[in-house]
Design a protein around this ligand. Structure first.
Ligand code: ZN
Length: 277
């Protein structure tokens, strides 16, 4: 298999979130020759979407995604409406910075609820409610299935099949973000990636590694090459399905990578992207 193309490498800024602000992240990507960047909204709000858009354009970077919208389920109507408003703001910001998609972490169970089917229905209805605005703004919505360990508190969409079934119900303007951390274990992964390609739903590809043992289920993601995910194989499936977009490195790592000098982290990312993915 061919090596991954350097111009497709993108930095998901969560990877360096502890030490850099957004301006430093943008300058850091440019300095290291990383051509893509994916932003989180907390950092975007600090700088402001218009200023961020200006800086990103000045450095010639591609915005491969904005993280995140979603979190639709709520205990009452007021909560659901607040979520819709927040998602509409995210769509506006994604359009301002020229993001290729808005990543949706759809949300889990409302507080006190044990009704996961109900939560999933709320997710469907929430995405349907924001989809017209997303289409008008030309911001595709990327549903990111999360590992089932997050079903209660972060995302009740947990497999690629489930996300694609949801896309089929919702229609145009929505697709999927394939994050290897969440889906690498799935026996259907190859088939569902191929299906995502056929159905033109592949919007984003996120990479990192699954460490053994994993000491924190949220904040102990590994650098590519340090864990058990067969990244070249999955890239082959994704590219074989027709995906030609960026490969976003997204590493939540409170105990290791977040503590390091971000310039060192970016150097390691570039090396590992070339040799391990
Ligand atoms: Zn991700």
């Amino acid at each position: 298999m061919d090596a991954p193309r350097p111009e497709l490498l993108s930095l998901n800024t969560a990877t360096v979130r502890e030490k850099w602000n957004l301006a430093q992240m943008i300058e850091g990507c440019a300095r290291h020759g990383i051509r893509g960047i994916s932003l989180w909204r907390d950092k975007l709000d600090e700088l402001g979407a218009a200023e961020a858009a200006h800086m990103i354009r000045a450095h010639g970077l591609t915005v491969t995604g904005l993280c995140r919208g979603g979190m639709f389920p709520a205990t009452d109507q007021a909560g659901r409406e607040a979520s819709i408003r927040d998602n509409l703001k995210a769509i506006d910001d994604a359009a301002t910075i020229g993001a290729r998609c808005l990543v949706l972490v759809v949300g889990g169970l409302p507080a006190g609820s044990k009704d996961i089917a109900g939560a999933r229905a709320q997710v469907r209805d929430g995405i349907a409610a924001i989809l017209p605005a997303a289409c008008a703004a030309k911001v595709p919505l990327a549903i990111e299935p999360l590992h089932p360990m997050y079903a209660a508190d972060r995302a009740c969409v947990n497999t690629l099949r489930q996300a694609l079934d949801l896309c089929a119900v919702l229609g145009d303007g929505v697709g999927v973000a394939v994050d290897v951390y969440h889906v690498w274990w799935d026996p259907e992964l190859e088939d569902q990636i191929a299906r995502a390609g056929r159905e033109k739903r592949l919007l984003a590809y996120h990479i990192c590694d699954w460490l053994v043992p994993t000491t924190d289920l949220l904040l102990d993601r590994g650098m590519m090459g340090d864990g058990v995910i067969d990244l070249p194989r999955i890239r082959g499936w994704v590219e074989g399905a027709g995906y030609a977009g960026s490969h976003e490195v997204e590493i939540f790592s409170a105990g290791n990578w977040w503590k390091r000098d971000p310039d060192e982290v970016l150097e390691v990312i570039i090396q590992r992207y070339a040799s391990c993915t």
